[in-house]
Write a protein that binds this ligand. Structure first.
Ligand code: COS
Length: 384
């Protein structure tokens, strides 16, 4: 059983503690870490299951649109990701993408757009995706080239998006494209584009070390009606950043879930494995490791739930979310590596929990802003 004493911290309300306890029970019965080789099918099943059980209502904001609360509650999203990630990276992914993929609609969609998409996302009947990165613009978002030109009451999208999670299985994509109101960050618009829109194609499916649906998308003369613009034209960059301010914190929470699972596995191993007439846990060298791992986990949790709590108080958390993501993902990688080392040869056997965690954590140090981008963001904020 993982350490849950952090739930007593003042960042949480009673409802958060209830949510964590209920999800813990549900996921123990419904989520296993072992998934079949058809990742698309597994993901669809997970979205369906999470939707039917009501967990996806936390991924969207607005009770009128199927949300659990009137606004997105970052702490709930983080608790959900942490708890799911402890059991299955794919279950965490399925939950998180419903939120990231629809976040821009919750934050700045019109009433009509919210009615059209959010209830289905919350029920798990529509799969969402967030299409921001391009082959030549990942970290430098403002350099994006995918264009959206205005033509006879519509926008026509041309270009490519890549590393798009849920690409290939999503029912709709929130797409960011250069609409040209101004150069750089001020000339980008956000659109919601249905997957079956003519001119939008899945150009390539991309296999990963810890599989989840991922694709490169191609837009060729893809006509999108004006009423598919999210927020104001030219405001797409800010909408993307505001969405990432929520979900970067939740990536930290997922990393925390992976780290807690690794800690559980390490403790189990340290207490049960005997060598040189004592348990692994009796060696001071093991104790030093365990102390470091526990402290890394607590530091990550403090930064994660500080960022989540602050955002739920209506504060801007660009700096705090970047710190949480950097420390939690880098820290989780170290914790998992130390746990794997304690498992020795068994640690590198396919589908052992620590082997799975070792693969699952790696992408989190890269996506939604690599560690180096988080460092850039933090440095800018402290220099300001
Ligand atoms: N919330 C709201 N507005 C924001 C913001 C935020 N978190 N961050 C920046 N902005 C605003 C700025 O205030 C600025 O507004 P004005 O034009 O009115 O002054 C505008 O957006 C441009 O900001 P900035 O000058 O900082 O833009 P940069 O191009 O220098 O942005 C970073 C650089 C690195 C911060 C950005 O490109 C980034 O986050 N990159 C990583 C992207 C990422 O996570 N990719 C993964 C894709 S998702 S898997």
């Amino acid at each position: 059983m993982s350490d849950s004493t952090y739930l007593d911290w003042p960042f949480f309300d009673v409802r958060h503690r209830q949510l964590a306890a209920e999800l813990e029970n549900w996921s123990a019965q419904n989520i296993s870490g072992h998934h079949g080789s058809d990742t698309d099918a597994e993901c669809r099943t997970l979205v369906d299951r999470l939707g039917k059980a009501g967990w996806l209502t936390h991924a969207v904001g607005g009770r009128a649109y199927g949300g659990a609360q009137d606004a997105i509650d970052t702490r709930s999203i983080c608790l959900l990701r942490e708890t799911l990630a402890r059991r299955s990276g794919l279950a965490d992914f399925a939950f998180a993408m419903q939120g990231l993929g629809s976040g821009a609609i919750t934050l700045c969609g019109s009433d009509e757009q919210k009615r059209a998409y959010l209830p289905r996302v919350a029920a798990g009947t529509a799969i969402a995706a967030f299409a921001l990165s391009e082959p030549d613009s990942g970290s430098d978002v403002a350099a994006m080239a995918c264009s959206a030109r205005q033509e006879a009451g519509a926008y026509v999208l041309d270009g490519e998006k890549t590393w798009i999670s849920n690409g290939g299985i999503a029912d709709f994509y929130v797409v960011f494209a250069r609409s040209g109101e101004a150069p750089g960050a001020r000339g980008i618009t956000a659109f919601v584009v249905d997957a079956d829109t003519p001119g939008l194609e899945i150009a390539e499916r991309i296999p990963l070390i810890a599989p989840h649906p991922l694709a490169r998308l191609s837009f060729r003369n893809c006509r999108v009606a004006r009423d598919r613009v999210l927020g104001e034209p030219g405001q797409g960059f800010k909408i993307a950043m505001q969405t990432l301010d929520i979900f970067r914190t939740s990536v930290a929470a997922a990393a925390l879930g992976f780290a807690r699972r690794a800690m559980d596995e390490a403790l189990m191993r340290a207490k049960s494995r005997r060598m040189f007439n004592q348990a692994l846990a009796d060696f001071q060298i093991t104790q030093t490791k365990l102390a470091q791992m526990a402290t890394t986990i607590d530091s990550s949790a403090l930064l994660t739930y500080r960022a989540a709590w602050l955002r739920d108080q209506g504060k801007t958390v660009t700096r705090e979310a970047a710190m949480a993501k950097m420390v939690a993902t880098e820290g989780a990688q170290q914790v998992i590596d130390a746990a794997l080392q304690m498992w020795g040869g068994l640690g590198v056997v396919s589908e052992q929990p620590v082997e799975r965690l070792y693969r699952e954590i790696r992408a989190l140090r890269i996506y939604e802003g690599a560690t180096e981008v988080q460092q850039l963001i933090i440095a800018r904020e402290v220099l300001r």
